[in-house]
Ligand binder design. Sequence first.
Ligand SMILES: [Zn+2]
Length: 478
Amino acid sequence: MASGWETVIGLETHVQLRTKSKMFCGCSTAFGAPPNTQVCPVCLGLPGALPVPNGEAIRLAVRAALALGCTVHPKSVLARKNYFYPDLPKGYQISQHDQPLATSGTLSFISPERGGVSAGIIRLHVEEDAGKSIHDRFPKATAVDLNRSGVPLIEIVSAPDLRSPAEARAYLLTLKQQLEYLGISDCDMEKGSLRVDANVSVRRAGATELNTRTEVKNINSFAFVEKALTVERDRQIAVVESGGAVMQQTMLYDSKENAVRPQRTKEESHDYRYFPEPDLPPLVLTPEFVAEQQSDLPELPSAKRDRFAAQYALSREHAAVLTASRAVAEYYESVVHAGAEAQAAANWVMTEALADAGDHQEQLRVPPAALAQIVALVKGGTLSHQAAKRVFAEVAAKGGDPRTVAEALGLVQVADTNVLAGWVSDVLGAHATEVARYRSGETKLMGFLLGQVMRASRGKADPKLAQRVLEEKLASAP
Ligand SMILES: [Zn+2]
């Protein structure tokens, strides 16, 4: 469908900041409380109530801006964005308009089609969230929950630099990873703590002009980003190919139907009549404050990935898996610092640890030092790989010292040559025919004989050592 066409996408991403209290009052931001229990005169918009900015929200917004390479402005202005909506009791949202907190950043990410690319960040500003209209609680009526009213948000506006629906998704996942690394938001689209609107237009491949765009809204999961934008792209191409023109309008995505429909034009005819918020002075940030936030930024995902690949001699793929979340990256490094060999630790974290975390609310349940010990027990020949996996599962479920756990489970490999020699003698005695064939040149029978030794030991023989003892006995005179 899309061949011969290029898609041009810009994303506006709203992110709820992880603060205890709201943007301009002391109400809790905790998600999931009964409706309208986390409200006060300020966030209800009662007459005479005065907003007081949340310093922590500003700090988190500044960190996000710096991590995106934006210029953070020493002075920005909070402005009223006026519109009527039932979940907006004040009749306006406090946001920022012509003097935002930060401008001109970039986000680098891996495009599925173009490889490493970067998208411009036009601006990042702070604002407060609106309440929520709930349409499915009472039959034929809409309920309003104002717990969300006044929750701090940042809006991150990208340049129209994204060239496909898949690329938009990749940008968004990279942005989410970066914000999670910064610890400023949980970025959970299903809970609404990250929301995205997209500006979409199409043009013939090779063209450079920007055509009329539409805005796609109501995309409420990462999986839907690509689907919704694909549907809208294909709709626009079909319109143009049939001789029509794309109209500038807002399209709402319906995930059940995987379709878009235009929002009624009356709903979108906004003139927000922005003006500076009279109850709040301009937001002034000292150079010292901004510098302090800059120097306090954590190592960001791409830098950590590059460092892991170089420092631990890991492949790009392994480094990417291990740095996908900050928690996993820090866990991996703790395992290595506890003495585990880097590649072996990577293998364990990427398989057993991540699988276990996936089953247990993302908890990395085996302490790093214990995992390092398990890796060492395998390397030293005390545990087979299979046995080590059982020890890992046991330590994950019940805790304990890996060596003690291995002993209690009877999994420690026998590396005592006298004991091994006993098993080997038994096997050679019981399989005289195979021994004779081996000695006359059928060396592939080693596998069979070793298997018999492992069986005689009930899996406890150290296989490498057992093979050595076996070879010695077979080489000696019959
Ligand atoms: Zn409040």
